[in-house]
Design a protein around this ligand. Structure first.
Ligand SMILES: C[S@@+](CC[C@H](N)C(=O)[O-])C[C@H]1O[C@@H](n2cnc3c(N)ncnc32)[C@H](O)[C@@H]1O
Length: 265
């Protein structure tokens, strides 16, 4: 009986980070996110995500193309632009949870409910792509509803694969993805979503993951701020990105927490 229930739950899960979620499932039963329909899992529409990213990327582009900037200015440019355009700023800091490593915090401003708060960077693997070596002991493999995987690790082989795919996909002088999320100072400061920790019994989730396929009409000169790249050059589908959207208003100083595990009934 328990086995059958477990199998049913397993079949209806949406997102997971292995082996973290499997290991913690029983411990964190209260923190599972339950939704009754697949559509309920999307807090905002794809069009709202597009508009939000366009608004921010256009400002980033102007900033990075601006003259009279020193390299020091450029280091903080993303954060300044983020605060001015979106009204908040996020960054990585040691987590408030014991033994949880790094987390992501609202360091300036407030985030209203239903806002695109962060992006989950990484190499995008279709269900048929080989990912075995990159996935070994890698807690940053994010699983989308349709089996697409995103490897958000910024180290070792994962890092090499991302850089190589990004170089391969350049269109002459046009860069079509951002590799700076692999460093401590991403040009697009939204691209730190892979460091958002799982909620706990005392720290409920304030953001959730939402899949987003980049539409054809997304301006090519703004692709340089997208922190995702396809592993396969011949992936015959739009580029998959994952954004984190706020469940509620989030105050300055708060840490972001997501649900690593969502059950669709
Ligand atoms: C996707 S990473 C998140 C970033 C991670 N905190 C780090 O510093 O690399 C997932 C890993 O973070 C840690 N983690 C996430 N949520 C946690 C929690 N609520 N309590 C303890 N550790 C957590 C676990 O080690 C997990 O395997």
């Amino acid at each position: 009986m328990a086995g059958r229930m477990c199998t049913r739950k397993w079949r209806s899960y949406r997102h997971r980070f292995l082996p973290w979620v499997v290991f913690n499932l029983s411990k964190n039963e209260k923190t599972l996110r339950h939704v009754t329909e697949r559509s309920e899992d999307s807090l905002i529409s794809a069009e709202q995500i597009t508009q939000s990213l366009l608004k921010f990327f256009i400002v980033l582009l102007k900033g990075y193309n601006g003259e009279h900037r020193t390299s020091k200015d450029k280091e903080f440019l993303g954060h300044n632009e983020m605060f001015q355009t979106l009204g908040f700023c996020i960054d990585r800091r040691p987590s408030t949870l014991p033994l949880a490593g790094t987390g992501v915090f609202v360091v300036n401003g407030v985030i209203p409910k239903g806002t695109v708060v962060a992006m989950y960077p990484g190499t995008v693997y279709q269900p048929y792509d080989p990912i075995l070596f990159q996935s070994i002991r890698n807690p940053f493999i994010f699983r989308c509803i349709d089996g697409v995987l995103i490897d958000g690790s910024d180290k070792g082989m994962s890092k090499m694969v991302f850089k190589s795919c990004s170089g391969r996909d350049r269109l002459g002088p046009l860069v079509t993805s951002d590799t700076s999320w692999l460093t401590a100072s991403p040009r697009n400061p939204l691209a730190v979503g892979q460091y958002v920790n799982n909620c706990s019994n005392t720290k409920p989730a304030n953001v959730c993951y939402q899949e987003y396929d980049v539409p054809d009409r997304f301006p090519i000169e703004l692709w340089q701020f997208l922190p995702n790249v396809n592993f396969s050059q011949d992936a015959r589908r739009p580029l998959r990105c994952v954004v984190l959207v706020s469940f509620r208003d989030i105050a300055e100083g708060e840490e972001l927490f997501s649900n690593y595990y969502t059950i669709v009934h």
